[in-house]
Each structure stands twice: as C-alpha cells, then as structure tokens.
Design a protein around this ligand. Structure first.
Ligand SMILES: [Zn+2]
Length: 205
C-alpha cells in the first residue's frame, strides 16, 4: 500500500512532467503492464475528475495502466454513485489518496452560473441533476451584479465546487470517515489549468 503523502508526490511529479511536455507514459509499450495488472489492480490514488475531454487524469498526471482509479463526471460532482465508487476503491484496492480534480473554465460550472443568472425551463432532467449538485457551492459567492462570464467569479466558483465535493466525500460516508480517522485515507482538492497543464492542489494539503 502506498501512503497518501507518497501518492501525492507521484502525482505532483507526473504533472510536472506533463506540463513540461516530457511525459513518460505516452505512446506504446503497454503490453507488459497490461499483463502485470490483469490479475488485480493496485492503483495508488483515486481521482474524481470532470468528464471534460481536455482533462484525462492519466494523461495530466503522466500515469499508466493500473496506476489511477478514475471516476469522471461533469462538474466532478459527488452523487451517491461517486461516493460508492470512492468507497470501493479505498476499501478494495488500498488506495489512500483521493483527489477531487476540478479545472478552469469548467462547462458544468458555467452552466450552473448561467442557470442562476437566467433560470431556464429547457434544461433536461439529466443536466439539471448536475446543475442542482453544483448550485449550493456556488450560490453564496454569486453576486447579482456580476455576469456569469466574469473570469474571477468563474475561478472562485470552480474552487468552491471542488471544496464542496471534497466535503461531501469526507463527511458523506461512514466508510470513508472511518478510513480517514484510522487508516490514513486523505482526500484533497485540486484544480487543473487548461492553458498551462498545471495541477494546483489547494484543499487538504
Ligand atoms: Zn468540467
């Protein structure tokens, strides 16, 4: 089992390689690792990230097959199925670090800000379920005179949403609470920058 602190260092190192464009896991050469990991998985970290096509966790942290247990959903929200996935990963695979990974200019955050500014009845039930999960984190920081395209507001909203998801994971599951208190599980929040490729860890570090 790899301790949370070491897992975090691996992620930081991998992200530095990615941001510097010297990734080691790109391309081919997966066969050996595929055979190694086929019998069972031992990922060293769990990533709950956004489904955005520009933020694939394995690539931005420069990791390979079997290294990360990745859950992706628009807006990196925490609904019961995300809690269950993290519980499964922490209990069954031994991963001791969980990262909630938001990112700049997240479409789910923008959609929620737009909805708060101009409520619409045309949203599908599915999309509404995501907006409703993001809304409580963002509502307190939304000032009425700011438009949903204000950059500073969007940045604050992205981080508030990550912090809310971290809180839901820390306190929304007896299993995870127990693992945090007695078994070295650590849940942290981070934001990925689309332009620079850099992940900044900012919650729980
Ligand atoms: Zn997103």
């Amino acid at each position: 089992m790899i301790a949370a602190a070491e897992a975090l260092e691996r992620l930081r190192d991998g992200n530095r390689r990615f941001a510097a464009d010297v990734s080691t896991h790109a391309g081919t050469g997966f066969r050996t690792r595929r055979l190694e990991t086929a019998p069972n998985q031992e990922p060293f970290a769990v990533i709950l990230g956004c489904a955005d096509s520009r933020v694939p966790a394995e690539i931005v942290f420069d990791q390979g097959l079997g290294d990360l247990f990745v859950i992706r959903v628009a807006g990196n929200i925490v609904a019961p199925s995300q809690i269950g996935s993290v519980e499964f990963a922490a209990e069954r695979t031994g991963a001791r670090l969980v990262v909630v990974l938001g990112h700049s200019r997240c479409g789910a955050i923008l959609a929620t800000l737009e909805e708060l500014a101009r409520p619409s009845k045309e949203q599908s039930r599915g999309l509404r379920s995501i907006v409703e999960r993001v809304r409580p984190a963002i509502e307190p920081i939304l000032l009425s005179q700011i438009t949903p395209t204000d950059d500073a507001l969007i940045r604050r909203a992205v981080r508030a949403n990550v912090t809310a998801s971290v809180g839901h994971l820390r306190h929304g599951s007896e299993i995870l609470e127990r693992l945090i208190q007695t078994d070295g599980l650590v849940i942290v929040g981070a934001e990925y920058c689309l332009e620079t490729g850099v992940v900044e860890f900012f919650d729980g570090i």
